[in-house]
Write a protein that binds this ligand. Structure first.
Ligand code: ATP
Ligand code: MG
Length: 466
């Protein structure tokens, strides 16, 4: 059997040679090209297990090659070599479909890790595993929304790009992350899910990066952090919006450098983890209000995967109910739905999505006779209208709509002036409440900081002296 063949595209002879030698030493066959044109000609002749391209070439951008290879040679992963510190290039390439990237000056260890990871994609042994994973997919549903989600997951599983999963609470974000991991070449390595909102701030660094024995009082022995535990696999940062700002800085560094340092250690260690983050909050909004760092957001949010709320795929209800009931059934007790139950569920908005459906069915089962759930057993929060929650509000109940002025209140003689005054009063009240913290005020009023700034200027609101 011949060795996997790699195509290296770089116009700098020195770097090309370094890459070639490293790859040859790994037992791989290497072809090289100095221009896009040469690369295209070689691609037409041979099947490559990996293409590694520089970003700037004499006859065009490496990005063009990323787009072409992703479109025309679907089985060939392509990675880019970017200048150190040009996060933009790396992110743009990943968005365009690049499998991964290495930074210049190239650290050979990083290069080897990346190449090994890419080669696993073309290993024949991988096929059955991937098939098994998709057959045993735990994401239930055949609605168009679910089918498209599954197709996206299959595609994303073939890359190392960071993914940010958004979706209302209970919509299946963690399940989707596990699915991506299970279908990826990392499946045999750990999947570590971390709830960022649940770790006390003082313990965070130790939990993420680990510590050496004696690094602080109580560090009786050396311990690994989440990054080391997930090495070779996937690290899911759940509720990432809850990370305190100082930790965001440290995390950004670890993700950029692909290296972590245990507390009390003198040197860093390389870690190879794929990052999947999730939140039910609107992360872009958190950036605007100043609670989330823009640079970390940019790094995490390379590819966005949106989980549709259950009410957008209500056609999946029968399959979901069936699977959930099968799980709830005790041995010897068959559980089923009585007449009208599916219809009643179908009219409900499910603000808590699939998790709420699970809870509703479990509770109903407790009230039911002989395992047959009747409409009367469902205690749906009937009063709640089937309206979508506001984006970014998660499970928090939306504020009540403003009550209209009583019918007999005097009408304003100048509506625009009146409304301006109302607006002014509200903004001044909110500013006072937050002690003139603009980010908090904007968040409180559900507008962007930019909008707030504009209004303050327009309405001539003065901040207090000092
Ligand atoms: N498509 C689906 N098929 C089967 N089960 C699902 C599906 N989506 C979600 N579930 C189930 O619903 C529950 C909630 O899913 P999960 O924990 O992945 O949601 P989440 O979006 O991470 O929620 P949260 O925002 O609360 O963290 C789990 O028990 C999961 O197994
Ligand atoms: Mg979750």
């Amino acid at each position: 059997m011949s060795s996997p063949r790699i195509l290296v595209v770089d116009d700098e002879a020195d770097l090309r040679e370094l890459l070639e030698i490293t790859l040859l030493k790994m037992g791989l066959d290497v072809d090289s090209a100095a221009t896009l044109g040469e690369a295209r000609a070689l691609l037409a002749l041979h099947a490559y297990a990996l293409v590694l391209t520089d970003m700037r070439l004499p006859d065009g951008l490496g990005l063009e090659l990323v787009r072409e290879v992703t479109a025309a040679y679907k089985c060939t992963p392509i990675a880019v070599v970017t200048a150190y510190g040009s996060a933009e290039n790396a992110v743009v390439a990943l968005k365009a479909g690049a499998f991964d990237y290495v930074t210049k000056p190239v650290v050979l260890e990083d290069l080897r890790i990346m190449v090994r990871s890419a080669l696993r994609l073309s290993e024949p042994a991988q096929e059955p595993a991937a098939q098994q994973a998709s057959q045993g997919s735990r994401l239930i549903g055949e609605s168009p929304a679910m089918q498209s989600l599954r197709a996206q997951i299959a595609r994303l599983a073939r890359s190392n790009a960071p993914i940010s999963i958004t979706g209302e609470s209970g919509s299946g974000k963690e399940l989707a992350a596990r699915e991506i991991h299970a279908q990826s070449t990392r499946a045999a390595k750990p999947f570590v899910a971390v709830n960022c909102g649940a770790i006390p701030e003082t313990l965070m660094e130790a939990e993420f990066f680990g510590y050496r024995k004696g690094a602080f009082t109580g560090a009786a022995e050396e311990r690994e952090g989440f990054f080391q535990a997930a090495n070779g696999g996937t690290l899911m940062l759940d509720e990432v919006a809850d990370l305190p700002l100082p930790m965001q800085v440290k995390l950004l560094r670890a993700i950029q450098e692909r290296r972590v340092r245990k507390i009390g250690a003198t040197s860093e260690e390389a870690v190879d983890v794929r990052i999947i983050s999730a939140t039910h909050q609107d992360l872009a909004r958190c950036v605007e209000t100043g609670t989330f760092r823009q640079d970390l957001f940019y790094r995490l949010n390379v590819i966005e995967l949106r989980l549709p709320p259950l009410r957008e795929r209500i056609g999946d209800l029968p399959l979901l109910c069936k699977a959930i009931l099968a799980r709830l059934s005790a041995p010897g007790l068959k559980v089923s739905l009585g007449p009208g139950v599916l219809e009643a569920l179908g009219e409900y908005a499910f603000p808590g999505n699939v998790r709420e459906l699970e809870n509703v069915l479990e509770r109903a089962l407790a009230f039911s006779d002989d395992g047959v759930i009747e409409v009367g057993d469902l205690s749906l929060k009937a009063a709640r209208p089937a309206a979508a929650p506001q984006p970014g509000q998660g499970t928090v109940a939306p504020a009540p709509p403003p009550s209209p002025a009583p019918d007999d209140a005097p009408l304003p003689s100048n509506l625009p002036d009146y409304l301006t005054q109302v607006e002014r009063d509200i903004i001044v009240r909110a500013l006072t409440q937050t002690q003139f913290n603009r980010a908090q005020t904007a968040a409180l009023l559900g507008i962007s900081v930019r909008q707030l700034r504009y209004q303050i200027q327009k309405l001539g609101i003065q901040a207090p002296e000092g």
